[in-house]
Design a protein around this ligand. Structure first.
Ligand SMILES: [Zn+2]
Length: 304
């Protein structure tokens, strides 16, 4: 009895990547109050708290593959999905542009990171797939990961796409619809190819403005307009949205919901968990300075 109790405590204290039957999941936005509070600046520890609020099925330490609990024959419900955030994949060494360097992961480092993911059993999925799983109970790979690329720079097509395609992986581009085809940005044709190859093209407004400072008309234009633009360009309505610079509030979120988006991501740090506000999912930012050791550390909470 004591041994069983100790095992349970050990399993709970480990940040287990675990799953549970969908029926026991909190449903609806903000069902986990800890997750809602996390939107306002608290760190990753809150997500551990959120997990603690969820009565789940912890996975014993050292069993990273035992991560899924059958929900129905052939289907699993993955409760925690790391969403990685990238911007540029490029070699960039302008010492005067520290922000640009921070946003730029070298192709060499990107390959190492992707190889780490595949060698550790991760399977890339789109946010659309996560939404379908979390809302409709469709299955996800046991160790699902989402690779997002903000702003729709050209190198997502020239640098990231070949690396992922060679390994059978896909990503999500958050395109700024008014910048598509501009110098340095992917063209509509390139985005179309990515979409055909299984990538998801999500929206990131029309002009990359801070949405929290806009009047209602401009807000609607930036959010709804980006959905309309991408629908016209790509023939498919986007389901996911990324807030520029992670800036959002209730009004902005309302506009995103009103425009028909089913998921939205912030720049808040954390692993996305089913039951959180699906229009304010946290992400894990990969920086230019992120070493492979740091990358491993970022994803370790998702594997243990
Ligand atoms: Zn952006």
């Amino acid at each position: 009895m004591l041994a069983a109790l100790l095992m349970l405590v050990s399993a709970l204290s480990c940040r287990a990547w675990y799953t549970r039957p969908a029926a026991s999941a909190p449903v609806g936005r903000g069902a986990i109050s800890g997750a809602r509070a996390s939107r306002f600046g608290e760190g990753v520890s809150l997500f551990v708290g959120s997990k603690g609020l969820s009565i789940g099925t912890p996975v014993p330490e050292g069993s990273p593959t035992a991560t899924a609990v059958p929900n129905a024959p052939g289907a699993v419900t993955v409760m925690r999905v790391p969403i990685l955030m990238y911007h540029y994949i490029r070699l960039y060494r302008d010492p005067r542009d520290r922000l640009g360097q921070d946003l730029s992961v070298t192709p060499e480092n990107f390959i190492k990171q992707v190889e780490w993911l595949t060698s550790h059993g991760f399977h890339s999925v789109t946010l659309r797939t996560v939404v379908e799983s979390w809302k409709k109970g469709r299955p996800l790979p046991e160790k699902a990961v989402v690779l997002t690329f903000d702003d729709g720079y050209e190198d997502v097509y020239t640098a990231a796409f070949p690396v992922l395609k060679a390994r059978g992986l896909v990503g999500v581009v958050f395109a700024v619809s008014g910048f598509v085809g501009r110098s340095g940005y992917a063209t509509a044709q390139q985005l179309g190819i990515l979409q055909q190859e299984g990538w998801e093209i999500g929206a990131h407004t029309v002009h990359h403005l801070d949405l929290t400072g806009l009047d209602p008309f401009s807000l609607q234009h930036e959010v709804g307009g980006s959905a309309a633009d991408l629908t016209e360009l790509l023939g498919q309505r986007p389901v996911s949205f990324a807030y520029p610079s992670g800036r959002w509030n209730r009004t902005v979120e309302g506009a995103v919901a009103a425009a028909g988006f089913e998921a939205a991501v912030t720049t808040q740090w954390g692993i996305a968990i089913k039951g959180q506000d699906i229009l304010a999912l946290p992400r894990l930012r990969v920086r230019g300075s992120t070493s492979i050791q740091a990358f491993e550390a970022i994803l370790t909470p998702a594997t243990h």
